[in-house]
Design a protein around this ligand. Structure first.
Ligand code: ADP
Ligand code: ASP
Ligand code: MG
Length: 419
């Protein structure tokens, strides 16, 4: 029977690529998809832990490292795995070759968290025509000056979706070390439940508040172009999670879809801000100019008195933020700067929040019962986030998961353990 093949972009994460044994397993998975008559392009991450190691080397070399050189260093992890997977596939008799970001090219602008400007698909189309398999390093692109660029942590997901969109693929499959998207990180809450489907909108919000199973930008891209996206296990043949535009009729109707936490934020408190127009602008302008994303902002102001301002930035941007604020301090913009990295942001997300009041209150009550102190709060239409001490991460996520009725029934857990 002739097989009407599909065009699929498969992406394999760091744990899936950690070592030759696992790369062989990935190659088998790719081979199966090709044997089914599909056209396949593969996007790979660096081996687990490798990017962390490279980032640390950059920090050791220069705390205020040049982002251009940072990209040269951190992009190398994906180059290694792309070559290794291509060799492994060739060893299995398949027509595979690696193509670096600059060879396609994947055009990008900026450094350290570069944006994809566009992808030329001519090379890729030729590979498909020759019934070949292109193996592409995730996370990297090339700037108009010909320099290497990387797409921010977790960026291989975005590489994969962008390639799928550019190549007009039928779908993009993200293979990782869990078998789908759960109501919260299953490594923290064993009672987390796997979601069969989740909307782009909810996934976008979950990802943006720390559910690192997909990089936020990858979900945004898939949503914008209606690219069918699936999260699957690299290790087991199990149905994964489909990310879809609309909730199907079978989707569970919880008000809260999931809970996420983010340990990658640091907070900065500035004291002694003068009470006059322009004070806050003078602080955030240099941060914006340095490309630093400010997240939660809390100001305690009383008319006529000096005030304090607290806000969060990514931990990775803390040194750059303090540097950018030094001049503001010199100019009398504030008195003291205090920083803290021992914090975590915990968020509850769900489209059901739109039609249900009291979610924030229930969240605060639940944390209060456990004596967990809240440092800052931010909300959107479908999310409430709180900043708390990092020591309480597990406890907070667990009690909120139970309080919002997300725990898997004990029977389901027993069945899972027996399987
Ligand atoms: P990869 O290297 O494959 O890109 P990541 O480590 O980036 O893998 O993402 C997968 C991890 O995301 C899982 O191991 C899990 O701990 C974490 N995670 C956080 N929140 C969730 C969630 N809601 N559902 C599934 N996994 C989650
Ligand atoms: N290797 C990169 C990182 O660890 C990109 C990725 O895995 O998605 O952030
Ligand atoms: Mg990832």
């Amino acid at each position: 029977m002739p097989n009407i093949g599909q065009r699929i972009v498969m992406k394999f994460g760091g744990t899936s690529m950690a070592g030759i044994e696992r790369i062989r397993h990935v190659a088998d998975r790719v081979k199966r998809e090709v044997a089914d008559g599909n056209q396949v392009a593969v996007v790979v991450s660096a081996m687990a832990g490798e990017t962390d190691r490279l980032v640390q080397l950059c920090k050791d070399a220069a705390p205020l490292y040049d982002p251009r050189e940072y990209d040269v260093v951190v992009a190398s992890g994906e180059q290694v795995t792309a070559g290794l997977l291509a060799m492994t596939l060739q060893g299995m008799g398949l027509n595979a070759r690696s193509y670096m970001g600059w060879q396609l090219p994947i055009r990008a602008s900026g450094h350290a968290s570069a944006l994809i400007e566009g992808i030329d698909v001519a090379v890729l189309e030729r590979v498909f025509d020759d019934r070949g398999i292109a193996v592409i390093p995730g996370f990297q692109g090339v700037t108009s000056e010909g320099a290497l660029a990387t797409l921010g942590r977790g960026g291989s997901d975005t590489s994969a979706v962008a390639l799928a969109v550019a190549a007009k693929a039928d779908r993009c499959d993200i293979y990782t070390d869990v078998d789908g998207v759960y109501t919260t990180d299953p490594r923290i809450v064993p009672r987390a439940r796997k979601l069969d489907v989740v909307t782009y909108e909810e996934m976008l919000e979950l990802a943006s508040v720390g559910a690192k199973v997909l990089q936020t930008r990858s979900v945004g891209l898939a949503m914008r172009y209606g690219m069918p996206l699936q999260v699957l296990s690299s290790f087991e043949d199990l149905p994964g999670t489909m990310i879809v535009a609309d909730e199907g009729t079978t989707m569970e109707r919880n008000i809260i879809t999931g809970i996420a936490h983010d340990r990658n934020e640091a907070f900065i408190t500035l004291t002694g801000l003068p009470d006059r127009p322009g004070t806050v602008a003078a602080i955030f302008r240099p941060l914006a100019d340095a490309g630093i994303n400010v997240d939660m902002i809390v100001q305690s102001a009383r008319a006529g008195l000096k005030s304090d301002l607290t806000f969060t930035v990514p931990k990775a941007s803390l040194a750059h933020s303090v540097d950018a604020l030094a001049k503001v301090k010199e100019a009398g913009g504030f008195e003291e700067i205090v920083t803290n990295t021992d914090i975590v942001k915990v968020s509850v997300v769900g489209v059901g929040m739109r039609s249900n009041a009291g979610i924030a209150a229930q969240m605060f009550d639940t944390l209060a019962e456990r004596q967990i102190n809240i440092v800052a709060i931010s909300t959107s239409e479908i999310k409430v986030s709180v900043l708390i001490s990092e020591d309480y991460t597990e406890l907070a996520v667990r009690v909120l998961h139970t309080a919002f009725g997300l725990d898997a029934p004990a029977a389901a857990l027993d069945a899972g353990a027996a399987a």
